[in-house]
Design a protein around this ligand. Structure first.
Ligand code: CP
Ligand code: NVA
Length: 304
């Protein structure tokens, strides 16, 4: 499948049909990989990856995903690039476009991605910015589809910080019509504009009470209270103990509710070990699905 958008900086760039199409394609690629291996649909294609922040899953899933589709990925830490000595993002975009068929970047400032994509002649993928993490949410909705077999009528409860992953999850909910209830402390709500836009397409509830959000939820989602761009231990006081996903909170959701976490997790902070390592947790499938969704996205953006 091909996408209308050149880049994927936020899920807001996709239509509902494209989003569901990417998820279905990811499930196909997963089955194909497990049967006979993937066909080399990205043979001789290349991806350059810029990381301003650390990563385990995003880096490995993009790199191995390219390899499994017959292509190649080059990993660049921004500290080792001329960017660190003042070369502009515009010149970096133009240069990398002459070498590779696609650029993936993990950055602090979301606007940097916008500048990068404006000056790159090849597609640019957001591998996480301070504002959004679209690739994570493709994997999350793939996992939800695998476990629940549908999106219609589901309720997702987001508990904790209204952060970059939460913002992208709101996009995902809007694209699928899933109801979302978000419990955050005052002052830690998700992006206002994202919520306003999503409310035109689905119901998005904001609350400060985790038990309101989790009531009758099919999916409970947690993420760190202290993202890479917000490394401040003082923040924890605002979240603990109220916003921790523990057995009591899981019990207030539906009996067959699943637990998602993009990882890395801080056990006994945003989630207890009993939940993340318990029977309702699907976090390892979720992490694996990064690989399959990455591949579907790369195949859809990189054209012959
Ligand atoms: N979930 C996620 O993006 O993980 P990494 O930070 O390890 O890439
Ligand atoms: N919200 C976290 C997600 C890490 C994958 C962060 O931005 O650090």
């Amino acid at each position: 499948m091909k996408l209308k958008t050149k880049n994927l900086l936020t899920l807001g760039e996709l239509s509902p049909k494209e989003f569901s199409g990417l998820i279905d394609e990811s499930i196909k690629l997963k089955n194909e990989l497990k049967k006979n291996g993937n066909k080399p649909i990205l043979k001789n294609k290349t991806l350059t990856m810029i990381f301003q922040k650390p990563s385990t899953r995003t880096r490995v899933s993009f790199e191995i995903g390219m390899f499994q589709l017959g292509g190649h990925a080059v990993n660049l830490s921004s500290n080792d690039m001329q960017l660190s000595r003042g070369e502009s993002i515009e010149d970096t975009a133009k240069t990398l476009s002459r070498y590779s068929d696609c650029i993936m970047a993990r950055v602090y400032d979301h606007e940097l991605l916008e500048t990068l994509s404006q000056h790159a002649s090849v597609p640019v993928i957001n591998g996480l910015s301070d504002a959004f993490h679209p690739c994570q949410i493709l994997a999350d909705f793939m996992t939800i589809k695998e476990k629940k077999k549908k999106f219609k009528g589901l309720k997702i409860a987001w508990i904790g910080d209204g952060n970059n992953v939460c913002n992208s999850m709101i996009h995902g909910a809007a694209l699928t019509g899933v109801h979302m209830s978000i419990a955050t402390p005052k002052g830690f709500e998700p992006d206002k504009n994202t919520v306003t836009q999503a409310k035109k397409l689905t119901s998005v509830e904001l609350t400060t009470d985790p038990l309101i959000a989790s009531k009758n939820a099919d999916v409970i989602v947690a993420d760190t209270f202290s993202s890479i761009h917000n490394l401040d231990e003082e923040r924890l006081k605002k979240f603990l103990p109220k916003y921790q996903v523990n057995d009591k909170l899981m019990k207030s959701a539906k009996k067959d509710a699943i637990f998602l976490h993009c990882l890395p997790a801080k056990r006994e902070q945003e989630v207890t070990s009993s939940v993340i390592d318990g029977p309702q947790s699907v976090v390892w499938d979720e992490a694996e699905n990064r690989l399959h969704t990455q591949k579907a996205l790369l195949a859809a953006l990189i054209h012959a």
